[in-house]
Design a protein around this ligand. Sequence first.
Ligand code: NAD
Ligand code: ZN
Length: 337
Amino acid sequence: MGEFLLKPRVHFGQGALATLNQLSATRVLLVTDKAMVKFGLAQRATELLQRQGADCQVWDDIASDPDIETVAHGMQLMNARYPDLVVALGGGSVIDAAKAVIYTQRRARPELARPRFVAVPTTSGTGSEVTAFSVVKAGAEKLVLVDEHMLPDIAILDPALAASVPPAITADTGMDVLCHALEAYVSRQASDFTDALAEKVVELVFSWLPACWRQGDNLEAREKMHNASCMAGMAFTNASLGITHSLAHALGGMFRIPHGRANALLMAGVVAWNADYTGQCDTFAARRYARLAHKLGLPASSTYQGVTSLLVAIQTLKEAMQMPAGIRDAGVDVNNG
Ligand SMILES: NC(=O)c1ccc[n+]([C@@H]2O[C@H](COP(=O)([O-])OP(=O)(O)OC[C@H]3O[C@@H](n4cnc5c(N)ncnc54)[C@H](O)[C@@H]3O)[C@@H](O)[C@H]2O)c1
Ligand SMILES: [Zn+2]
């Protein structure tokens, strides 16, 4: 017996941001960060939200990898105004901060009505706009909150919002998308539903991520990666993730490596480990990786050859985007955490 949860409503495509002006609300809390202010995106969102007469408060100091103190500050803002609509505009860090605030308010004040929640991702990476997870830092540790009540009611995927993402962050976040799909695909909780999403995501990433990296304002490529990121989120929120993510949270929390880059550094090693690549190479995961390689049109006449093809494809993708090969190349001094 299985289960596949489908939420939220997803508006996608160029111009989708304009959906914000159809939302009626009295008091809005716009959760965002300084980059969104700098690129004028926070201003655009505020203008759209105000067209229906809403009173919009902007909370724009979310840093990457939000921590418990950030969430506590968000709670103060919530308790001062009781917004009926929360809009998160930013990368996974911004969306996760908003989710953690909603989670905490529900825990602390269960008698209050949950505000409507809209997530507008500006990176193509975490898929947080459709997942029941939020990652919050406590010191050097990354905690993962899991609760369906954090799922947004609406996700808005406008690829133009990702056009300003610089190449290194495009690479990091894009590899996060690939990692979500790979981990969902070899999960014991994978199903026909999550497989369909993961297979499409992997195809989209290998086809379009290098184009996004080379030319950030290629909106066709951005749209493909934005959709892929969201679909990967749908896959992993249902199938769950694997040890790349467990290790990446530890590595990222301790050495401040961006989430997607940590995954990219660990991914090939975990694929090889899961597949028992240097042993029999005949595990459940090995067969799944080989199937994926076959679906991608890569050489896969045996399980071993399929896994090899996938490993080569991952390596080639990283090299095409000039990503660091190993943990040391990423500037980590393992003796000095
Ligand atoms: N909730 C989930 O399901 C889930 C899944 C994976 C990762 N995460 C968490 O999400 C966080 C990472 O999110 P992320 O990878 O999206 O990075 P991020 O949100 O930390 O953003 C990275 C950087 O990119 C900037 N940025 C964002 N959008 C931009 C744009 N359009 N133009 C220019 N700059 C822009 C940000 O200001 C920031 O400096 C981590 O804390 C990670 O643990 C959550
Ligand atoms: Zn991730």
